[in-house]
Design a binder for this molecule. Structure first.
Ligand code: FE2
Ligand code: FE2
Length: 455
């Protein structure tokens, strides 16, 4: 999807660039617009509109940033920026004519910094119907990640309720929720991953479903899967326990040990999930297999028993690893939540037995290992740099804060003590949430940071 999106925006840029050289009827001006409309069509298959925003000089289409700028793309970005277009919405009903008129508007408008109202007025005078401008979307990644997360919660809640009411949900909304999660992970992995640690006990099933989807997608980042396969893994994460809707609520929520017959009941949920998914529209066969196999275990000693002639799908273990991590770090009626480090330790012991060791390592990596120089997001939303790692891995990391909660660089790095306790809560004042990609932060003179904080 990323490459499709980048390609579409590049076509618009090419048309705009050529418009500066040729008359409007020239094929080099017109054909990129026709092509663009044709390439947008499949993207509208399961959504009513596409949102293009300009965030910190980066074009973002549907939450996917387009980093690889070409000169024509830069021109397109510059035109949007100088006219003052904060965010553009392309509606499904958009015609070639709408897009041609819009490109003419970009080419001809020479004023700078127009208000959103003024731009709206011009578009309507130009007769453009299905392209409109809107105020800039919230550019705070954490707020955006929260929106994406909440949307996924409502999508999975609706799907599970539909099944409970005897209806068959449509998989299209699940796929678009997962595409949004995937886009947000690419844009700011830490903001998205941080939300999986915020657990809400009342809605365990919904939180758990979304968390498994987010974590599974994060694990696939380093597997080099084709994009559709990644999405299939994400949808499988979201719906992996859909078969539990067929079990009695008392059984699912039962604290403590299950009887043999109760366990036999629980064991039916992957197959039941498979049956439900097969009836749903817009669900890929790969997703169905992953849901059916998510408890088969790495050593194949799980359930349902694998067919000796048909080995389990290689990615069903991705769901298993994400499922295990989220279950361990959640509070349930029968267990206290473990810390992420603790959960990983337990999972390392399960490696080679119930879990795939390579995937446990990948999960560990995507959640962050913290060598010196790593940037970390703290629970206060500040960003710090690791200045010292405790010997033998025991004790606290030493960290210096470089950016405040809003992402602004501090005038001077501020060393903080992670063992410092907040007297009002009795808990550590700061804890680490995960690693931060330095490319996503404003530049800072890093050279002296380690020296200036070591004293
Ligand atoms: Fe399950
Ligand atoms: Fe689960």
């Amino acid at each position: 999807m990323e490459t499709t999106i980048a390609g579409i925006v590049r076509l618009l840029g090419a048309s705009l660039k050529n418009r500066g050289l040729y008359p409007p009827s020239h094929p080099l001006v017109k054909s990129p617009i026709w092509k663009c409309v044709a390439e947008l069509a499949p993207l509208f298959a399961n959504r009513a509109e596409l949102v293009l925003t300009v965030v910190d000089d980066t074009l973002v289409l549907e939450g996917v940033p387009i980093f690889h700028l070409t000169s024509s793309l830069e021109l397109f970005l510059a035109r949007l920026g100088s006219i003052g277009v904060p965010a553009l919405v392309f509606e499904k009903e958009m015609t070639t004519e709408d897009l041609e008129r819009f490109m003419l508007f970009l080419h001809e408008t020479k004023e700078q910094g127009l208000s959103t109202e003024a731009i709206k007025e011009r578009l309507s005078v130009a007769g453009i119907k299905h392209i409109y401008v809107t105020e800039r979307e919230d550019t705070d990644d954490f707020a955006n990640a929260q929106k994406v997360y909440n949307n996924a919660i409502s999508v999975v809640a609706k799907a599970l309720n539909d099944v409970r009411n005897g209806q068959i949900p449509d998989g299209a909304s699940c796929e678009s929720a997962v595409r949004e999660i995937n886009g947000m992970l690419l844009r700011n992995r830490d903001a998205m991953l941080a939300l999986t640690l915020i657990k809400n006990f009342d809605e365990y099933t919904y939180n758990h479903s979304v968390n498994v989807s987010v974590l599974a997608l994060a694990v696939t980042e380093n597997l080099g899967l084709p994009e559709q396969s990644r999405i299939n893994v994400g949808v499988a994460g979201l719906l992996h326990d859909i078969g539990k809707t067929q079990l009695a609520l008392d059984l699912i929520q039962k604290p403590g040990t299950l009887t043999i017959s109760e366990y036999e009941e629980i064991k039916k949920h992957p197959e039941a999930g498979f049956v439900i998914l097969e009836k749903m529209t817009n669900i890929q066969p790969e997703t169905c297999s992953l849901v059916r196999e998510h408890h088969m275990r790495f050593d194949r000693a799980g359930y349902p028993t694998p067919d000796p002639g048909a080995p389990p799908h290689p990615y069903s273990q991705v769901i298993a690893v994400a499922d295990c991590y989220d279950a361990l770090t959640s509070t349930r009626s029968y267990q206290k939540a473990r810390t992420p480090q603790n959960a990983i330790e337990i999972m390392r012991k399960l490696s080679g037995k119930s879990l795939d060791p390579d995937l446990v390592t990948l999960l560990e990596r995507s959640l962050g290992i913290y060598p010196i120089g790593t940037l970390l997001r703290l629970n206060t939303m500040e960003v710090g740099i690791v200045t010292k790692v405790p010997e033998g891995g025991k004790g606290n990391l030493e960290i210096a804060i470089l950016y405040d909660r809003a992402g602004n660089p501090l005038p001077k790095p501020e060393a903080v003590d992670l063992s410092e306790v907040d007297p009002t809560t009795g808990k550590p004042r700061r804890t680490t949430l995960g690693t931060v990609n330095p490319m996503l932060l404003p530049p800072i003179p890093f050279e002296n940071v380690l020296e200036s904080t070591s004293s």
